[in-house]
Design a protein around this ligand. Structure first.
Ligand code: DC
Length: 212
């Protein structure tokens, strides 16, 4: 079984994907980490993020064993990731790794921006997780505060707006729901309610096809 989870920054898709993977006994890949790692590697090699050939070289040479680098989790890394993610060659270079990850038995949950539309268009179920920019900014701001990271709500909201615009407005695999995606708006849902809704959608879909 392949579950594709897409959605904008701070929509809750990462937490949801992890929990769905545990619930259904599947592998999980946070595909944002791939783009974050490419940006890290471009910079480590002394390159700039706008350089398409440096970024695609870094994407082709990416070592998946380096994806658990804690440095990839910060907001600076996210912003840098969204810059290299605009480059079509970078996306192509990362595509096969994502597809072979998805094909591993017994299946996988992948979360990102283009999983249902481009990486796994034949996924068994596609969920597009969203929430208003204000709700996403509030969640991210509270998360950062609890980790003692300096942030203001207005600053986080502006970052989210800029990233949404870049991710949805690019030519290469823009962020958007697949036509057959289940839309999950978490603006008024906590993680438990979002998880229960997603499990219901998955079991409902599986029920239509016969036992899993
Ligand atoms: O999910 P995230 O916040 O870690 O993603 C960081 C950036 O990487 C995001 O702003 C856009 C890019 N990205 C992408 O273009 N496609 C994906 N499948 C995952 C992430």
């Amino acid at each position: 079984m392949i579950i594709a989870i897409d959605g904008p920054a701070a929509s809750g898709k990462g937490t949801l994907a992890k929990r769905l993977a545990a619930r259904f006994g599947l592998h999980h890949l946070d595909t944002g980490l791939l783009y974050r790692a490419v940006a890290r590697d471009v910079r480590q090699r002394g390159g700039v993020l706008e350089d398409a050939s440096a970024a695609s070289d870094a994407a082709r040479a990416l070592d998946p064993a380096t994806l658990n680098d804690p440095g990839l989790r910060g907001p600076g890394a996210a912003e840098a990731a969204s810059m290299v993610a605009r480059i079509a060659e970078v996306r192509v270079a990362l595509r096969e790794f994502q597809r072979s990850f998805a094909r591993q038995p017994p299946g996988a949950v992948l979360d990102g921006r283009d999983i249902g539309t481009v990486v796994c268009p034949d996924a068994d179920i596609k969920i597009y997780v969203t929430a208003t920019p204000q709700v996403r900014a509030r969640r991210r701001y509270l998360e950062m505060q609890s980790r003692g990271e300096p942030a203001t709500y207005e600053g986080v909201l502006a970052d989210i707006g800029r990233r949404d615009e870049r991710d949805a407005g690019r030519d290469a695999s823009p962020m958007r729901p697949a036509d057959d995606a289940f839309l999950l708006d978490t603006s008024n849902l906590d993680i438990e309610a979002a998880f229960d809704t997603a499990v219901g959608a998955i079991l409902g879909k599986a029920g239509q096809r016969g036992p899993v």
